[in-house]
Each structure stands twice: as C-alpha cells, then as structure tokens.
Design a protein. Structure first.
Length: 273
C-alpha cells in the first residue's frame, strides 16, 4: 500500500536519493527545496506522484502552509522526514553569533516547526511516522563541529521526548543517525567559520581523522534501510546508518559509563540523605 511521504531538503544528497526511492516504488512524495529547479528531473519522470514545494524551513509560517498544501493535495501525510540541514565547520571560539544562530535556526527550529505543523494532521489520521535526520554527532562529538554537534544533540532530546508524548496518538518517531557518507555535506552544502591560527593543531588532527575513505559510506546504499524503516510496524527510536556509527558510539558510552561510575560516590554524597 503506497504512502505519502513529506521530505525536506530534497534538492540533493540523502533527501533527493530517498525521494526518488519512494517514487520508484509507487509512493507519493511531497519534496521541498529552496530551489525547485533541483527537483525538475523528478517531476519530469514521476509527474503527479511528486508535489514539489519551494520552502525555507526557517520560515515557520511557510512550514505550516506547506504541510497544509500537502494535506490538501494528497489527502494524507503518512511520513514526515525532516532532512533539511547543513554542517558548520569551525571551533567554538571561532563561531560568530550569526553563524551559531543560523545553524541552530535551520537544524533545530526548522525541524521543530515542521514537526509541529504535521502533528495535528497525524493525530487526526490516528497514525503517522516522524523521522528526524540527526547524526551520530548527536550522540558523540568531534572537534571543529561544535555547533553542528549541539544542534543534533538538541534534535535528539526533542525527538526522544516527542516519542513519549505522541505514541498514544498512533504516531511513531525515529531518529536516523548516519556516520560519514560521501555526499556533499562537507562540501558545497557546508559553511565555514573564519579560522584562528591558535587552532591549527586541532584542525590538523581533525583532518587527519578523515583520511580513511572506507569510513565514509555510499549514499545510495542508505535508501533500502530508509524504506525498511518507513515500512516497519514497530520502527526503532534510533537507526544508525553505516558500519562506523554504532561501534564508535559503543566505545564512547563505555568511556562515559566508566567515568560516571568512578564519580558515583561523589554524586551519591551530593544527594544529602
């Protein structure tokens, strides 16, 4: 049975790959992008099965209008995939106020506005699936991506809470946690702060960690996993994409647990009784 999928950031990368994967198998897709020219090939190939909508997710009013347009056009929205977002490269000290605000505005608030917009539709239907494209960097961190890390940590907390609030309405929530993939996320899609020479060593160490080409997955290979996630009757709250993510997170959490256990006597004493 076909579904109606609303996906943001569909102009390139994961968003476009997944939009086409849904269309190929007969789903209906609402695809948003800032520039509709990037969706012309999908419209030409799939015709009425795709509804392209020009959208800047930072515009809350436009987000609500886009969801209403999608609902009126297809009659239902079964799945929302909040994919729009970008990476900001730069250390914490190097990040300007505007850069920080814009990173959080898109990666967190854009996702929040669309989530809020689709919830009444899904509640009225009695079903729905909200999929937030987070990152393994919402669970573990890397230097030189501090504001991006922070934005994805916010998405994690927001979405985990959301899952506890909307499950009774028949609405599922999932977080997709990709490791690195060979998209243009770190290229044309990214922004960069002005650099301070004091952080040359930190930046060099970060770059040195990116030399293993095998650590970066093939974007096209993710489509099957996303289709399975959408089709699951009991989808997980978190789905890691790639072979690097989960082993790395397990290592990080083992270190965290060891540190927390070491300091537990101090923590317990602070309880006061």
């Amino acid at each position: 049975m076909s579904k109606t999928i609303f996906i943001t950031g569909a102009s390139r990368g994961f968003g476009k790959l997944w939009a086409e994967a849904f269309l190929k198998r007969g789903d209906k897709v609402v695809a948003t992008a800032r520039n509709l020219d990037t969706l012309a090939d999908l419209v030409s190939t799939y015709g009425d099965a795709i509804l392209p909508i020009q959208l800047d997710v930072n515009n809350r009013e436009a987000d609500f209008a886009a969801v209403e347009q999608a609902k009126q056009h297809f009659g239902t929205i079964d799945v929302l995939i909040n994919n729009a977002g970008y990476g900001l490269f730069g250390t914490i000290e190097e990040t300007s106020e505007q850069e920080a605000r814009e990173q959080i505005e898109t990666n967190v608030f854009g996702l929040l506005w669309l989530t809020q917009a689709v919830l009444p539709v899904m509640r009225a239907q009695g079903h729905g699936h909200i999929i937030q494209v987070s990152s393994v960097l919402g669970i573990a961190t890397l230097p030189v991506l501090g504001l991006y890390n922070a934005s994805k940590f916010a998405v994690e907390g927001l979405s985990e809470t959301l899952a506890t609030e909307v499950g009774g309405f028949g609405i599922k929530v999932s977080l997709i946690e990709p490791n690195g993939f060979a998209t243009d996320w770190a290229g044309a899609s990214a922004t960069h702060t002005q650099v301070l020479p004091e952080y040359e060593g930190v930046r060099a160490a970060f770059q040195a960690g990116l030399t293993d080409a095998d650590a970066f997955g093939v974007p096209e290979a993710t489509s099957e996993a996303v289709l399975k996630l959408v089709d699951s009757a009991n989808p997980p709250l978190r789905l890691f994409l790639g072979k690097v993510a989960l082993p790395w997170v397990k290592q990080v959490y083992e270190q965290r647990l060891a540190s927390w256990e070491e300091w537990q006597p101090v923590a317990a004493a602070a309880h006061g009784k």
